[in-house]
Design a binder for this molecule. Sequence first.
Ligand code: C5P
Length: 308
Amino acid sequence: MNRVSVRVPAKINLHLGVGPLRADGYHSLATLYQAVSLHDQVTVERADPGSGISLHIEGSFVEQVPADRSNLAVRAIEEVAARCGVAPDVQLTIGKAIPVAAGLAGGSADAAAALVAADLIFGAELDRDDLLAIAARLGSDVPFALTGGTAIGLGRGELLTPALTRGTFHWVLVSSGGAGLSTPAVFAELDRLRAAAGGADSGEPEVPAAVMQALLAHDPLTLGRALGNDLQEAALALRPQLRTRIDIAVDYGALGAIISGSGPTVALLVRDEEHALDLTVALASHGIADPMFRVTGPVPGARVVEAD
Ligand code: C5P
């Protein structure tokens, strides 16, 4: 195979329970991921021997995407090439639509897509478990970008169990334009807030039964009330102005309003497409000028869309 393109979705966290800091520097999590219809497209193409990996970024948010080895998609290709004992001589093109450092796992999505594409380009024939294991080494959210749908994530988020859901949910994602938040900084702020509050053991986190039941019953009203994110206060402490957009959305009838992951994207659960449009208009009329996305979930994970 000479050229493979893979489409990969953003994720939101319907619930994000954060436990104590572990010895390895990660926090134990109990999260419920949902993949939503905002996609990047990653293309890997064979290049001349000895040329190495050349990286091209296209689409939105181009300046904010790391264009060197710190890009997880580059590391994904190096991993697969090393497994096959071949040189990673490819052109890697990332078509960005998912905001960067936004709590939507856009970088993790690109890494998952690059894994799938590199597997085909190098003829690695990795099985699902191999792919998931490499994905988990690259980052906590990378395995979920491979599987998509709706899934519980335990461990540091990488141990996945599919969740039973019915129907489609409608969301508005309000990004913060170019102003991302660093995931380690938000986790560190949570540790600081918890220590300042007396440092009581937060215990092992769980996904509440109410969230799972609302998904299974396709009950957006109950789901909206059951959404939760232990990182929310930390993200709001670092970026207090996000609170205004949550308040406006609630005033305009959002069924749920939550920071996605470590933020700063705000995820708003709405009744339907029309409600999504009304809400974006209301937010814009209150001076929110950042890009907003009307999306649905769940959608599948990384999928090959072109291969030749
Ligand atoms: O796994 P990933 O590389 O995406 O994580 C980025 C950072 O986020 C980690 O270095 C850590 O600071 C924080 N993190 C955490 N606990 C998790 C996941 C991420 O503390 N479960």
